[in-house]
Design a protein around this ligand. Structure first.
Ligand code: AMP
Length: 630
């Protein structure tokens, strides 16, 4: 990948970012070269490869046709439906053009948004690639989200079209998507005129005349379509991906085109050690950033084979990941700590049932990797386990052990060292001054962020600046909202969030979003949601609910069930609190601020800390009683 040590490689990325990234940018095709590598004129914004024109789909698909048309590009494995299908780069090229022509026939073009609400099926990947082929901006919404979450994302992105499916399937249970989408469209202020439905034949669906179109019909009309790539500016948005923050309104992380392509190819080679023609197996979902970057774009940009897996880690048994890895000779795997904790509860001999000789390493990210799980995976598989830390916002790892530089070894408990271009600094919470070695500080990144990171929040530059760049008024510093500690060798240890964002099974959720949903239930007067440590999922959401007067005749169990069902229907089961505890009051300060941290501490059996500002001590005393009730 590069001559020299990682220390030199990293140093160059920081001291001379323009020449470093210009060199990296040679690894992708440009229709027109850039004029300026990095536009620094509008801090804290940064723009990469300004004036350059390229296309993500060209780089992910078309440009490989000369050398690897017959090589597998996409392997689809569904343990839900029993289907397995391999698409070569030539097949992928064909399918993407058919989907692109279909979208064009609906009027989709450069800059238009297309919302993708789909299960893990090949058409979801075709949809993403066909959007960027046309210069359209995709917004993939995780299939586990329900109608209110979906409607909020429709209204923010205002898509010209939506692509969905009749249903998904999880653990053998069919989950209809179309009714949730119909409800979201009913709730939305800006519904698109067209909805494309990929009919998998899993469940019947109601077709709304003039609006809903079956993809099979479009496909038949465009089966031999040839749709050239639309060259776009490097800074042209490729996608929006919503993520949770501390308010109820999700943030649309906006990604560029050229910088993202360059950063992903660098990350695949330097961080993951992946090479063309190798196979990458990422078990995430296309609805999350890991899926965008490491199921779809990075492996394809690098001419690899990517595996798209629809299923759980446990069906037909807890060896299914390893069966897939063996069958398709996966060289690198990427999963989440929760999935490994799930597997750890099953027969360890399952890890030895399959021939994993092709596999070099497994990468885990999205949530803290606890040491026992990390050791268990490493010892059971006999392969390196590489923790890596990043965020939806950054699109690729901030911290990792770069596989292309074997002199950098991993350290248990730490996701690793700063990746190229990230000027990571741990800073004092109040004044932003750098903290010393071993001291706890806010993990911050000095401006400018490297290529591939978010450009802004979709439609809201002010929110972007206020959210990420305003923690320390006199410094151009991006806050990750994570606490960290750095050792003398530069390894960083993540110590939890500084805000109310929680991480359930690697899924980032805002406690405020869940609170807003629960408060909308007619029986609820007030609610506080906190994240509580969970042995399996890392954290789980617990809700403390004050019912409205007049609910006395309703049993506690039925009220809890009604609230859970309400969250399921509004946000999706992914956001359903693990526990819903009824109380008569919530602990607040005299100025009315909810003492979420004190509630969380009690739930985790810790000391609730300083309570001098507490208004009503009885409210806090109720918490342990409420938890103790079954
Ligand atoms: P998301 O944007 O959903 O990927 O969530 C990003 C957040 O997940 C980070 O800000 C961290 O709080 C957490 N996170 C991601 N990866 C790791 C990791 N390797 N170790 C600890 N926390 C992590």
């Amino acid at each position: 990948m590069a001559d020299g040590t990682y220390a030199d490689f990293y140093r160059r990325s920081i001291d001379a970012p323009e020449s470093f990234w210009a060199e990296q940018a040679q690894a992708i095709d440009w229709h027109r070269p850039w004029d300026t590598v990095l536009d620094r004129s509008h801090p804290p914004f940064s723009a990469w490869f300004v004036g350059g024109q390229t296309n993500l789909c060209h780089n992910a698909v078309d440009r490989h046709l000369a050398e690897r048309a017959d090589q597998a590009a996409l392997v689809y494995v569904s343990t839900e439906t029993g289907q397995e299908r391999t698409y070569s780069y030539a097949d992928l090229h064909r399918e993407v053009q058919i989907m692109a022509a279909s979208l064009q026939s609906l009027g989709v073009g450069r800059g238009d948004r297309v919302l993708i609400y789909m299960p893990m099926i090949p058409e979801a990947v075709f949809a993403m690639l066909s959007c960027v082929r046309l210069g359209a901006v995709h917004s993939v919404v995780f299939g586990g989200f329900a109608s209110v979450s979906l409607a909020a994302r429709i209204d923010d992105a205002r898509p010209k079209a939506i692509i969905s499916a009749d249903a998904g399937s999880r653990g053998g249970k069919v989950i209809p998507y179309k009714p949730l989408l119909d409800e979201a469209l009913r709730l939305s202020q800006h519904p698109p005129k067209q909805v494309v439905v990929v009919d998998r034949g899993l469940v019947g669906w109601a077709r709304e005349a003039l609006r809903d179109i079956s993809y099979a019909d479009l496909r038949a009309q465009h089966h031999d379509a040839e749709v050239p790539c639309v060259w776009v500016e490097s800074t042209h948005p490729s996608y929006i991906l919503y993520t949770s923050g501390t308010t109820g309104k999700p943030k649309g992380v906006q990604r560029d085109t050229g910088g993202y392509a360059v950063a992903l190819q660098l990350s695949m080679r330097a961080v993951f050690g992946g090479k063309a023609a190798e196979t990458f197996f990422c078990t995430s979902d296309i609805g999350w950033v890991v899926g965008h970057s490491y199921i779809v774009y990075a492996p394809l940009l690098c001419g690899m084979t990517t595996i798209l897996y629809e299923g759980t880690p446990l069906r037909p048994d807890a060896a299914v990941f390893w069966r897939v890895a063996e069958q398709y000779r996966a060289n690198l795997m990427f999963s989440a700590p929760t999935a490994m904790r799930v597997l750890k509860r099953h027969d360890p001999s399952l890890l030895h049932r399959h021939d994993l000789s092709s596999l070099r390493a497994i990468f885990l990210a999205g949530e803290p990797l606890d040491e026992p799980t990390g050791r268990w995976v490493a010892e059971s598989l006999g392969k390196p386990v590489i923790d890596n830390y990043w965020q939806t916002e950054t699109g690729w790892p901030i911290l990792a052990t770069p596989q292309a530089f074997p002199e950098v070894s991993s350290r248990m408990g730490s996701p690793g060292v700063a990746m190229p271009g990230y000027k990571v600094c741990l800073r004092n919470e109040t004044d932003g001054a750098p903290v010393g070695v071993g001291e706890k500080g806010v993990l911050a990144i000095d401006w400018p962020l490297p290529p591939g990171c978010l450009q802004t929040i979709w439609g809201d530059d002010t929110r972007y600046v206020n959210t990420y760049w305003s923690t320390y008024p006199n410094r151009q510093v991006y806050s990750t909202f994570d606490w960290g500690r750095q050792d003398a060798d530069g390894y960083i240890y993540i110590l939890g969030r500084t805000d109310d964002v929680i991480n359930v099974a690697g899924h980032r959720l805002g406690t405020r979003e869940i609170e807003e949903s629960i408060s909308a239930h007619p029986a609820v007067a007030e609610v506080a949601v906190v994240g509580v440590q969970d042995a399996l999922k890392g954290q789980s959401a617990w809700a403390f609910v004050v019912p409205r007067p007049g609910q006395e005749s309703v049993s506690e169990a039925s009220l809890q069930a009604a609230i859970a069902a309400h969250v399921d229907a509004q946000l999706g089961a992914v956001a359903r609190p693990q526990r819903i505890c009824l109380v008569t009051a919530l602990p607040k300060t005299r100025s009315g601020k909810m003492l979420r941290r004190a509630i969380q501490a009690i739930c985790e059996g810790r000391d609730p800390g300083d309570l001098t500002t507490l208004e009503d001590p009885l409210a806090l005393q109720q918490i342990p009683d409420a938890i103790a009730r079954p």
